[in-house]
Structures are given as structure tokens and as C-alpha cells.
Design a protein around this ligand. Structure first.
Ligand SMILES: NC(=O)c1ccc[n+]([C@@H]2O[C@H](COP(=O)([O-])OP(=O)(O)OC[C@H]3O[C@@H](n4cnc5c(N)ncnc54)[C@H](O)[C@@H]3O)[C@@H](O)[C@H]2O)c1
Length: 314
């Protein structure tokens, strides 16, 4: 069995191959079974959660195992730990174990780039990233796999984090800078991608310009928001998977309060990858909301396992 640590997982997941694999799975209509949450009681600290996310094709399968242990902050350890176990469907044999954090960050950015493949304007070259965490750090390379991105601007709640990500991207050859005023940066961008833990909307609909593409990765509970009601109302709305996006995140409250209707959600990654939905005109504003699912993990599992098999072992 191949065991890929964080570095090996990143090397085994180049965005062009990962996005292509993801496109194939969604175009084929592959549906993942429900994910499972199990509460694991703890003594004298908050309960831990075990999350299991399986998916498989006829050839290959995977299960992502993630533990969330809130009490770890008192131990100075990360709360989240995860791995993706990859197995052969014909025999059940275990093929690989890949780093869950890296695979998740890269497959999430790849899903955004896949959405942008159908929804962002072909000439999109100015990217604004809102957030400077693990997913945000992947977005420039992911979007460049499908659009001619030339400049990257980064805003974060903590300006030092935005500066650190800008410096890291500059070291990789990007024309990147940190910005502090979102109201000025938003109108100048072609693609605006948010990957934050925001609980109050950061992105205001009044700042949006015709032709822009908005990508929202963060909010996964109704208590979280990255964009305000006006942004949702001004844009043509798309999601990664309909059920998850409606139930879990950004869209739940606006749907309940009537700000938007379910019929305003015009397609998911299945419809986009199958050519049933797309950007219709250069001037419309498009918005893609993701919450993530196991089909994306499977795309990472397949891509990484194939790459690792091709690499000579030391
Ligand atoms: N859609 C998906 O498939 C998917 C997959 C993985 C993660 N996520 C979500 O994406 C988000 C980012 O994940 P990550 O792994 O990069 O996390 P991270 O902890 O590495 O980064 C979080 C970022 O959010 C910023 N932030 C924190 N609190 C904030 C606040 N109150 N307002 C605005 N910004 C705030 C931080 O400064 C940081 O830049 C999370 O909400 C995570 O749950 C979504």
C-alpha cells in the first residue's frame, strides 16, 4: 500500500489532472452514499466527532475518515485529523492512504475551478481571494488551470495572514498582493473566491460588477455567511450538489426567509459537467456555492493513487 504524506499527496494532485478526473465523475453522474457522523463522548471536554465519507466507482473506492476533537486546542494540537483510504473495488485490497488535509484543500479548490470552467468568463484574469487559510492557499493555482489568471489579490480578516499568503504566492512567481479594502478590491476582480469561517457576510452585492464570477467555499452551517442577500439576488446561482448546499450552508436562511427561491438555483456540478447549465452571457454575474462531497474526495483518491503508482518507489 502506498502511503502518501502531505508533500507526496500535494505532488500527486496536480490541478489539471484532478479537475479533469472530477469533471469525469460528475459528468458520469456518480453519486456518493450519505456521509456518516458519529459522536464520540469524551470525559471533561467537548465530545469528539467521527466523520466517514465513502464513494466508489466500479474500479476504485475510497473513504475519508475525519476526526474533530475540540478538546485538542487545550493540548495545543489541531482539532481536525483526516486521511483518505483508497481501495480496489474488485478485490477490496487497500491501495493507498493519502493525507486528508492536503487532499481536502486541493479537491475543494479543484471543485471551485471546475465550477469556474463553466461559469467564469473565458477572459477572467484578475482573481480576488477572500481568506488566507489552507483552502485559500490553493485557489490561485486551481483557477489558473482553467482561466488565464494574471493577478491575485488577497484579503483576510487578519491582514498579516493575507500578507503571508501574498508573499508565498510571490515566491511561486505569482503577481500577488494583499489588500485591506474589500469594497475597492471586489469591483476590480473577475473572479472572487471566498474560503473563510465568516459568520457575517463579507461580500456585499452592491460591490459586484457585470460579468463577475463569485465562488463561495466557506459557510457550511446556517450560522455562517460569506455573501449578503443582495449578492445572492444579483447573481445566477449554482451549487456543487443541490441537497448539500441547500441544507448545509449559506443558502439555507435566504431560502427560508424568501430572499431566494429553490428555483433560483440553476444547476449543480452534475448539470454543469453534463452541459445542461452554463454561463449564458458575458455580462451576467454568476455565483457558485460549494460545501464539498465524497465524489470530490474520490477524484483526489483516483488521481493521487494513479500518480503514486507511476512514481518509482525509493
Ligand atoms: N466547500 C468545501 O468543499 C469545503 C472544504 C473544506 C473546507 N471548507 C470550508 O472553507 C473554509 C476555509 O477552510 P480552511 O481549511 O482554509 O480553514 P483555515 O482555518 O485554514 O482558514 C480559515 C480562514 O478564515 C478566516 N477567518 C476566520 N474567522 C473569520 C471570520 N469570523 N470572518 C472572516 N474570516 C475569518 C481566517 O483568517 C482564515 O483565513 C472553512 O469554512 C471550511 O469549513 C469548505
Amino acid at each position: 500500500m502506498n502511503i502518501l504524506d502531505a508533500g507526496a499527496t500535494a505532488r500527486a494532485l496536480p490541478f489539471d489532472a484532478l479537475i479533469e478526473q472530477m469533471q469525469t465523475l460528475f459528468a458520469d453522474g456518480l453519486v456518493a452514499p450519505d456521509r456518516r457522523h458519529h459522536t464520540m463522548p469524551m470525559q471533561d471536554e467537548a465530545d469528539a466527532t467521527l466523520l466517514l465519507m465513502p464513494a466508489w466507482t466500479e474500479q476504485i473506492g475510497c473513504v475519508k475518515v475525519v476526526t474533530a476533537t475540540p478538546g485538542n486546542s487545550a493540548r495545543n494540537l489541531p482539532a481536525i485529523a483526516g486521511s483518505v483510504l483508497v481501495f480496489d473495488r474488485a478485490t477490496g485490497a487497500h491501495l493507498a492512504l493519502i493525507d486528508g488535509a492536503v487532499a481536502t484543500a486541493r479537491r475543494t479548490a479543484a471543485a471551485s475551478a471546475l465550477g469556474a470552467r463553466y461559469l467564469a468568463r473565458e477572459d477572467a484574469k484578475h482573481l480576488l481571494i477572500i481568506g488566507a487559510g489552507k483552502v485559500a492557499a490553493q485557489l490561485a493555482d486551481a483557477f489558473r488551470a482553467g482561466r488565464p489568471i494574471e493577478t491575485v489579490r488577497i484579503w483576510d480578516l487578519f491582514p498579516r495572514a493575507a500578507e503571508a499568503l501574498a508573499a508565498s504566492l510571490q515566491n511561486q512567481g505569482w503577481n500577488a498582493e494583499a489588500v485591506t479594502d474589500l469594497s475597492q478590491a471586489v469591483p476590480q476582480a473577475d473572479i472572487i473566491s471566498a474560503a473563510t469561517l465568516a459568520t457575517e457576510p463579507l461580500l456585499k452585492g452592491e460591490w459586484l460588477q457585470p460579468g463577475q464570477h463569485v465562488d463561495l467555499i466557506g459557510a457550511f452551517t446556517p450560522a455562517m455567511r460569506e455573501a449578503d442577500d443582495r449578492a445572492l439576488q444579483r447573481a445566477r446561482l449554482f451549487v456543487d450538489t443541490k441537497f448539500a448546499a441547500i441544507e448545509a450552508g449559506e443558502l439555507k436562511t435566504p431560502l427560508e426567509t424568501g430572499v431566494i427561491a429553490e428555483s433560483d438555483i440553476l444547476g449543480d456540478l452534475y448539470a454543469l459537467a453534463q452541459g445542461k447549465a452554463m454561463r449564458n452571457s458575458p455580462d451576467e454575474i454568476t455565483l457558485f456555492k460549494s460545501v464539498g462531497n465524497a465524489v470530490m474526495d474520490l477524484a483526489a483518491a483516483i488521481t493521487a493513487t494513479r500518480r503514486a503508482e507511476e512514481e518509482p518507489r525509493v
